[in-house]
Write a protein that binds this ligand. Structure first.
Ligand code: AG3
Length: 282
């Protein structure tokens, strides 16, 4: 293999030079490939779709974690569904108020492999005493758990394979029952321009189940095709409009150090292009 080609949507490709294949294996659930590229460092793909790279992972992980956690005045309990590379867990644990994080990942093979080949993603987070790792189906977990969380983050693959159920109405309803008062759900919702078919049903379900249903965006180079969207669902209308001064205050009190996220960007990320607004209108 001298070139890795990702074809997220038929008819449009992105390609990477493969400078070295590091791993090519089947986990119990998915086809996992890791290779080295001169621009992006190590890259991991699951079932042919790029999940994370060493160079640009900070954008996605900071935005999926800090937007909900900074919106919340005191996030103590956090649930991560998926996120087997550990990047989201690493960012969540930066918040000093966080006392307990439950991470439910369906594929133990992804965690084991990423601990070894992407140590800078987790940076020891899996061994943090505040973290509890459960190998299970996130769909079942939110349907049955008696735990309640201030923030729930779905750090999933796209809506194919084992991740598909994490885009269902029943899953979102499960998340809602696991949210504490004033809690918020944030989800990985795909690249807007290419995957509106993935965004639209989520928008519909969020609006049926939650008082405030919206999305925010970030530009992640390897999730090619324009901005990617994160879903936002909560019954607390105030969370999305926390003032920039409050965010700046929290940023400094919590002593966050980030490379993409800023309080200004946090506010701006909720401003969506008109084609997205039209696409999620119900
Ligand atoms: N999961 C997000 C994968 C996005 C897939 N690609 C796409 N839609 N272009 C990433 C997991 C990182 N922890």
């Amino acid at each position: 293999m001298d070139r890795f080609t990702e074809e997220l949507e038929p008819g449009y490709f992105q390609g990477f030079a493969v400078d070295r294949v590091i791993l090519d294996e089947k986990t119990d659930l998915q086809h996992l490939v890791i290779f080295e590229n001169r621009l992006f460092g190590r890259i991991m793909a699951l079932d042919g779709i790029i999940q994370t790279t060493e160079k640009d992972e900070f954008i996605y992980h900071e935005m999926i974690a800090h937007v909900p956690l900074m919106s919340h005045a005191a996030p103590r309990r956090v649930l991560i569904v998926g996120g087997g590379d550990g990047g989201t867990l690493r960012e969540v644990l930066r918040h000093p108020d966080v006392e307990h994080v439950v991470q439910v990942e369906i594929d133990a093979g992804v965690i084991d492999t990423c601990r070894r080949y992407f140590p800078n993603h987790s940076q020891g987070a899996f061994d943090n005493p505040r973290a509890e790792i459960i190998i299970d189906d996130g769909f079942d977990y939110v349907a049955t758990s008696d735990q309640r969380f201030d923030v729930i983050i779905t750090d999933s693959t796209d809506a194919v394979g084992p991740g598909a159920v994490l885009f269902s109405r029943d899953y979102y309803a499960g998340c809602r029952r696991c949210l504490a008062d004033g809690g918020v759900l944030v989800t990985q919702n795909g690249v807007a321009f290419l995957q509106m078919y993935e965004v639209r049903p989520s928008a519909q379900y969020f609006s049926e189940l939650f008082q405030d249903a919206h999305f925010y965006g970030a530009a992640v180079p390897t999730y090619v095709g324009g901005i990617m969207l994160f879903g936002w669902a909560t019954d607390d209308m105030a969370l999305r409009t926390v003032s920039i001064d409050t965010l700046r205050q929290r940023y400094s009190t919590r002593q966050l150090v980030t490379r993409y996220y800023t309080p200004d960007l946090h506010c701006g990320a909720f401003a969506l292009p008109q084609y997205v607004i039209d696409g999620i209108r119900h």
